[in-house]
Design a protein around this ligand. Structure first.
Ligand code: SF4
Ligand code: SF4
Length: 735
């Protein structure tokens, strides 16, 4: 007894000293990060609820059925089997120790055994998954590609060792008469039956070996965990609790400089915009990096990685973590003298630029940074709620605002925004071209929104200027008119929302554009209580609804699919004409993942007689980007394969007549993809790309038809030029 007590306590003291020293270093490193705004300690209830569902409920992990179930078993094994560690330490002091009150109850012994078995089964499943999906077998397509697979195997082996030593100890305890439970521990009893023939003395020894083995492996595991990616075991609950709520998508965070909100009207000389060094990241950023489990779920969903770009959200986070740890001696040194005295390798790491090519030994390659489409698939999948998009945009902000470094093609888009107020550089005079030829007058505001107008229709740059998107703008206007919804547009007063500039990292330009729009909108709405805006572009939808509140613009923003689905449900729009078509629907990232609008577009398609909807393999939360987000629409795609073509192939795999979407950016990218595949002879000439609103318009029973059963005449165009320029909406719907 004394020997095992001395060995057990000595092991504990050594392990806690080693782990404690590491934890202190990690804490000091995390505390050296910049402050986080908005304050992450608000909304305690929401945060605790997130910990319950994400960590204890394993919500995201369980979406990955096999691996999720295995992780659930091992996670809960860790929690429940904490009781056996208490029993183990108690047994160091008193062989007959049991947990007070409940420690001899059969259900506790049975529960402990159930979880020992569950963990063992979970380990077998993990091993099978790791073998089947090993980088050696699956290459770049393995979600473990680039992860520390050796360390992962070591941890699986250690958990296995904890389980068998625990069973050995418990079995021997039964045979020596020192087991706390008389009944229930079925697995321990099976081991006891196995080793019972060895005799009493041997079982005494096996009890000591099992007990010290269990505690020794657990303590070694503790030291290993704080020195490896398995740090997530301790950090995950904190990271989940302190992440953005309700989720890290939608709005981008405002810029802070020196811990204060950036004053864009009077920027100071010392203001630093974005993150240009690892120490510019907030403590939450550093916590994100340390919490990554290297599971690769983000990587497996990333459109950039899946089209052979150099960006993997997992590798990005791992690289930032490794750099932070490598730079820690420099960052935590007490003085300049102490820094100067550091080994050459530490000083060299400290001097590496955060973003830069191989020529300057940069930590993150510019091609990695500029490959991101900000689709949010990584954030959506991450089981520990890491906020990749925020970090990527923050690094872009520094590159654009502080270094003037960005892909040169994006320069003309930004110049157009600065000079003309739209990415195409068409200017205000073109803002109403989309409405030419409509068979009714579209009201253009020239003051405050009048009482008979319910919605301000935000047409957007693409909706006003891109030929395909103009068809959607017209279809939506026709449908609103048909449903007798009062709407008006801003016309020349509408400007770009600045979404592309913001995601590019040009926060200054976004601020200018957004401030102007907020002024215009606030003036238009005046004292109105309900400030309703309907919008067709998913990017405008996100900017107006989620980002403009950051600058004083508070509106009730609905996407056109939400409004149209409601009008159909209320019977104000009646889809009566059959549209005999096989249809698939692409979820725009900024409508679906970023804003959780999944059902309305499907409800619209479902309401149209004759439409046969087939989902693509990746849909809703797991939808694959079209390639246009994150300002990528305005940059060349020279590395790997094209994202829009990959998505187009997935759409074409459903054998559609119509590929539908609900965002003009997606329509542009998919139209381009389908055209390419037609040229290659890989798509049927009849396949069309269209917005869901145009499908609805084709089906709608017009009020004029209801009044007069004779077929409605084609609408009169406003002018001959308009007739030539603008095809009739109902026919263009499927284009
Ligand atoms: S936002 Fe999309 S493209 Fe960017 S890293 Fe995440 S998954 Fe990849
Ligand atoms: S960032 Fe999240 S999803 Fe990606 S590897 Fe790390 S833990 Fe897994």
């Amino acid at each position: 007894m004394v020997v095992r007590l001395v060995i057990g306590l000595t092991l504990t003291a050594v392990a806690f000293a080693l782990a404690g020293r590491r934890v202190l270093t990690l804490y000091r490193l995390g505390a050296s990060g910049q402050p986080v705004e908005p304050d992450r300690t608000r909304d305690v209830g929401t945060r605790l609820a997130a910990v319950v569902t994400e960590v204890f409920g394993q919500r995201k992990l369980l979406k990955w059925s096999g691996a999720g179930a295995a992780h659930f078993a091992v996670f809960w094994g860790f929690v429940i089997l904490g009781a056996t560690i208490v029993e183990g330490y108690g047994a160091l002091f008193d062989r007959d120790f049991h947990i007070p009150l409940i420690g001899t109850m059969a259900w506790l012994g049975a529960t402990e055994d159930v979880f020992i078995v569950a963990v063992l089964v979970g380990l077998v499943a993990f091993a099978a998954i790791r073998v089947r999906q090993s980088p050696e077998r699956a290459g770049r397509r393995s979600r473990f590609f680039g992860s520390h697979t050796g360390a992962a195997w070591l941890v699986l082996f250690m958990i296995f060792n904890v389980m068998w030593t625990l069973l050995l100890c418990r079995g021997a305890q039964i045979n020596t008469g020192h087991f706390p439970f008389e009944h229930g521990a079925f697995a321990s009893q099976a081991v006891a039956d196995l080793i019972e023939p060895a005799g009493r003395d041997a079982n005494d020894v096996l009890e000591d070996v099992g007990l010290l083995g269990t505690l020794g492996v657990v303590l070694t595991f503790l030291v290993l965990v704080v020195h490896s990616k398995h740090l997530h075991i301790f950090l995950a609950p904190f990271n989940v609790a302190l992440s953005r709520r309700p989720r890290g998508l939608g709005a981008l965070l405002p810029v802070y400089s020196g811990g204060k909100p950036m004053d864009w009207e009077d920027p100071g000389e010392d203001d630093k915009i974005g993150r240009g060094t690892i120490e510019d990241f907030t403590w939450k950023g550093l916590l994100d990096f340390a919490t990554c489990t290297e599971c690769g779920r983000c990587q497996s969903q990333c459109p950039a990685w899946n089209t052979d770009k150099p960006l993997s959200p997992k590798l990005l986070i791992m690289t930032l973590r490794d750099h932070a740890l490598a730079k820690a001696p420099y960052l935590l040194a007490a003085s300049d003298e102490a820094r100067a005295a550091l080994p050459e390798a530490d000083r060299a790491e400290a001097e590496r630029p955060l973003v830069g090519g191989q020529d300057v030994n940069g930590v993150i390659d510019p091609d990695v940074l500029w490959s991101c489409v900000t689709c949010g698939a990584c954030v959506e999948q991450c089981p520990v709620d890491i906020e990749h998009v925020d970090h990527i945009v923050d690094m872009r902000r520094y590159q654009v605002m502080m270094e003037s470094a960005f892909p040169k093609e994006a320069g003309s888009m930004m110049r157009n925004l600065e000079r003309k107020g739209d990415p195409w550089g068409r200017g205000k005079k073109a803002r109403l071209e989309w409405a030419v030829g409509l068979p009714f007058e579209v009201k253009v505001l020239d003051g405050e929104v009048p009482d008979d107008i319910e919605y301000l229709y935000w047409v957007g740059c693409a909706g006003s200027l891109d030929d395909n998107a103009k068809k959607t703008s017209r279809a939506v206007a026709e449908l609103l008119h048909e449903a007798q919804v009062g709407f008006a547009v801003l016309g020349r007063e509408e400007g770009c929302t600045g979404d592309a500039a913001r995601r590019m990292g040009n926060e200054m330009l976004f601020q200018e554009l957004a401030r102007q729009n907020v002024e215009t909108l606030n003036a238009a709405f005046g004292e109105r209580e309900t400030k309703k805006i309907v919008v067709t572009c998913a990017h405008c939808f996100n900017a107006l609804g989620n980002e403009y509140p950051q600058m004083g613009g508070h509106y009730e923003v609905v996407h056109h699919t939400e409004l149209l689905a409601k009008l159909v449900e209320e019977g104000r729009l009646v889809p009566a004409n059959e549209v005999d078509a096989a249809v698939t629907y692409h979820d725009p990232c900024y409508l679906g993942r970023h804003n959780r609008v999944f059902s309305p577009p499907r409800a619209i398609l479902g309401s149209v007689p004759g439409v046969r909807l087939t989902e693509m393999p990746r849909n809703k939360e797991r939808s694959f980007c079209c390639g246009a987000g994150g300002s990528r629409m305005w940059m060349e795609e020279t590395i790997g394969t094209r994202i829009n073509e990959t998505r187009t192939d997935e759409a074409l795999s459903t054998k559609p007549d119509l590929v539908t979407a609900a965002c003009p950016y997606c329509i542009v990218m998919l139209t381009d993809g389908v055209a390419t595949r037609k040229q290659e002879g890989k798509a049927d000439e009849s396949v069309r790309v269209t917005d869901v609103s145009e499908v609805l318009l084709r089906s709608i029973r017009r009020r004029a038809d209801m009044a007069d059963p004779a077929p409605a005449a084609e609408p009169e165009p406003a002018s001959a030029e308009a007739a030539a320029a603008e095809p009739a909406p109902a026919e263009t719907g499927s284009d």
